[in-house]
Write a protein that binds this ligand. Structure first.
Ligand code: HEC
Length: 127
């Protein structure tokens, strides 16, 4: 092995470790943002009861407005069609819920794209 190769491998490892650390930080910050901004209305643990909003465990990949036992608004039900929650839909939802489901009952908006990305990164871990 030549020295350049060894150095390259060490740098690549370091970069990988720092990427993993960044991803961890993103999720940790996302969890905090979610707890502070969403937990007044939503629960996040598996099988936890609905609050003012539906339980959000496993929301990524889940069909729109499909939490059993939650009484969705008419606006929410009208917009459901065959939508499934993915990163893009969640980002649009948190930016302005009314563009996704006009007349829905959720009054929270997050204007900062970086904060939305962190919240979504955390939600992705709930499965
Ligand atoms: C003031 C209460 C409130 C806050 C704060 C709030 N929500 Fe909601 N949320 C609701 C309500 C109520 C609904 C159901 C809307 C309806 O039926 O019209 C909802 C619905 C949702 C849905 C759709 C779930 C489904 O089953 O399709 C998602 C996703 C969601 N909220 C995410 C969030 C996230 C993430 C946050 C924090 C960044 C947040 N909400 C903050 C009240 C809230």
């Amino acid at each position: 092995m030549n020295r350049k190769f060894v150095l390259g491998a060490v740098l690549a490892l370091a970069a990988g470790a720092s990427y993993a650390q960044d991803a961890q930080d993103t999720v940790a910050i996302g969890k905090k943002l979610t707890t502070n901004n969403c937990a007044v209305c939503h629960t996040f643990g598996k099988g936890e009861p609905n609050g003012q909003g539906p339980n959000l465990f496993g929301i990524l990949g889940k069909p729109f407005a499909s939490e059993p036992g939650f009484k969705y608004s008419a606006g929410m039900k009208a917009a459901a069609a065959s939508k499934v929650w993915d990163d893009k839909l969640l980002d649009a939802w948190l930016t302005d819920t009314q563009t996704v489901a006009p007349g829905n009952a959720m009054t929270y908006f997050e204007g900062d794209p970086a904060r939305r990305a962190k919240i979504i990164a955390y939600l992705r871990t709930l499965h």
